[in-house]
Write a protein that binds this ligand. Structure first.
Ligand code: MLT
Length: 297
């Protein structure tokens, strides 16, 4: 079985497999650790294994490499990207900073490494509110997801949160509609949505949470409709086998779904694709990422 081959090679090489909550079920099942981007970043930082096989998308594997540069970090598929990350360039961050010199720049980890290098601090959907609250500055340039910016602004009304760019969004979370919320409620489910969903969906849902937050709060109800990439419904089902989690069919992140077991095996066999980052960019991005990690307890 391919799973046995993966386990054997993994042991021989002293590798660990980290997988995001949105990965396909088979990849989640073979992973040593499954989590959201904050949990994965912390795992990567603390990892003592020589090789980290990172099943996710580029910006996550880059974050792992930045936090633990002496490890070999491998992304099993090349160019597993993120359209949300690509919608913000470092030039846009610099221009916004010039227009708002007193503002702090908070970038969601779903951003390119070059943009992170321009940020004061990064955040994930799990800690965005905490990060913004922690800042001394009253004005915050927040990018690249405008819906997450809206959510943070509602939670931290004492700050002025300016989305950067205007209208930055995740094309997957944008697919949910109010009809999905209504269908969930008609089934008798509690509806949980990700803060990358449109504000109208956030308002109509019973809970707004990052995927890590969903895992922590799923015990609150018996039946859920889960408005985030469908891999999360599988993850929740594994964590809470006595509860039901309905995903909306067809709302899938193609980049997250590209990694297969064959890719994981090939990554172990060939060492491809190793993540490398320019030293100067890495040093600047590390400051912003480490500042976020330092906020934790
Ligand atoms: C992440 O932070 O991993 C993504 O925003 C999805 C989530 O966990 O909420």
């Amino acid at each position: 079985m391919i799973q046995d081959e993966i386990r054997k090679l993994k042991e021989e090489q002293g590798a660990v497999i980290l997988a995001h909550n949105y990965q396909i079920p088979e990849v989640q099942d073979i992973a040593d650790f499954v989590g959201d981007s904050l949990e994965l970043a912390i795992k990567a930082k603390e990892a003592t294994a020589d090789v980290l096989i990172f099943c996710g998308v580029e910006f996550m594997a880059e974050t792992a490499k930045i936090l633990n540069p002496s490890r070999k970090v491998i992304l099993p598929v090349e160019n597993a990207g993120c359209p949300l990350a690509d919608c913000l360039t470092p030039e846009m961050v610099r221009e916004a900073r010039a227009r708002h010199p007193d503002a702090a720049v908070v970038l969601y980890v779903n951003s390119t490494i070059e943009s992170k290098a321009e940020a004061d601090i990064t955040c994930t959907s799990a800690n965005a509110v905490e990060v913004v609250r922690s800042l001394a500055e009253e004005t915050v340039l927040f990018g690249p997801d405008a819906n997450l910016a809206h959510y943070v602004a509602a939670q931290v009304p004492e700050k002025m949160v300016i989305p950067l760019p205007e209208g930055g969004h995740c094309p997957v979370h944008r697919k949910y509609t109010l009809a999905d919320v209504e269908a969930g409620h008609a089934r008798g489910d509690a509806v949980v949505c990700h803060p990358e969903c449109d504000p109208a969906i956030q308002e109509a849902s019973d809970l707004i949470a990052s995927t890590g937050g969903m895992a922590r709060q799923a015990h609150l109800h018996q039946n859920w409709t889960v408005l985030t990439e469908e891999g999360m419904a599988y993850r929740l089902g594994r964590l809470f086998p006595d509860r039901t989690f309905h995903a909306v069919e067809g709302v899938v992140c193609e980049d997250m779904k590209r990694t297969t077991l064959e890719d994981v095996l090939r990554a172990l066999e060939t060492g491809e694709y190793e993540v490398t980052i320019d030293d100067e960019v890495a040093a600047r991005a590390r400051t912003a990422i480490e500042r976020m990690i330092a906020l934790r307890g």
